[in-house]
Design a protein around this ligand. Structure first.
Ligand SMILES: [Zn+2]
Length: 269
């Protein structure tokens, strides 16, 4: 996204008539977006944050200008953000079309509408920050401190976005498998060594998934509409009843914290 839209200006905006996925009312959002330059795009937790220049089209130079607003996109379950051209065929469930300079168009497509689109004017509100710590960079001590003395199962803690930002169901299951920890273990019962194994496994799993373009188990595609391949590497997620890649025993599925949870009874303790 960053490489494809950085430095382009939003010329016109079209939104669908659905109430979701708009966290900021669509009319206001469209008015605020038009004319602004996209200075950069980054990820914060599970959110994609587009940094925008001044309203009404401030100067767009190499220095990028001052960040005046943010367009915050949460893909939800089935959302996708595509960089395409205005004449490309329109997918069903397209909720946003941002016409950009350079003959490009940014589209948000979301069949199930769990995604969210929000605009923040930084003159009035603070910039977006994820509530939890970043799993790719967190250190050993801080990681251990997040789970210290907590009685809830480790799987539930991993999904809690106020502790770690951006870890979803797939990556929680996969990293617990890699670390050899059963998802039901209470955080307070984990040893220092186990927590460190988990921290490293989480980083390894997330980095591998990013390298392979994510996990396309249902609708996920990247900015060019390409599916990811990490689902082919899954050891436990959605492999219920299939042999464990390490010990051969069938992978089990339970419900934990309201989510389908996949693990190996033998390899995870
Ligand atoms: Zn196993």
């Amino acid at each position: 996204m960053h490489q494809r839209v950085r430095g382009l200006r939003i010329e016109q905006v079209w939104f669908s008539a659905h109430k979701q996925p708009f966290k900021t009312p669509p009319a206001k959002q469209a008015r605020e977006l038009e004319g602004r330059a996209i200075l950069g795009v980054h990820r914060t937790g599970k959110h994609i944050v587009c940094e925008l220049g001044a309203a009404g089209g401030g100067a767009l130079d190499e220095s990028g200008g001052e960040i005046a607003a943010q367009w915050i996109v949460h893909l939800g379950m089935t959302g996708r953000l595509l960089v395409t051209t205005p004449d490309a065929p329109l997918a069903a469930h397209t909720h946003a079309r941002l016409g950009l300079t350079g003959g490009k168009e940014l589209r948000f497509v979301d069949p199930r509408r769990f995604g969210r689109l929000e605009l923040r004017d930084l003159k009035r509100t603070a910039g977006f920050t994820a509530p939890g710590e970043e799993p790719l960079t967190i250190g050993q001590e801080e990681f251990a401190a997040l789970f210290h003395g907590r009685r809830l199962p480790i799987k539930a803690a991993l999904l809690n976005q106020t502790l770690l930002a951006g870890v979803g169901n797939i990556y929680a299951d996969e990293s617990l498998f890699q670390a050899g920890i059963t998802p039901r273990r209470r955080c307070e019962r984990l040893t220092k060594a186990e927590l460190e194994r988990l921290r490293l496994a989480l980083r390894q799993v997330l980095e591998a998934a990013i390298r392979l373009g994510g996990s396309s188990v249902s609708d996920y595609v990247d900015a060019e509409g390409m599916r990811g391949f990490f689902q082919l590497e899954h050891c436990v997620y959605l492999r219920t009843g299939q042999p464990c890649r390490r010990c051969g025993r069938p992978i089990r599925r339970i419900l934990l914290a309201g989510r389908g949870t996949h693990f190996c009874v033998q390899c995870q303790r």
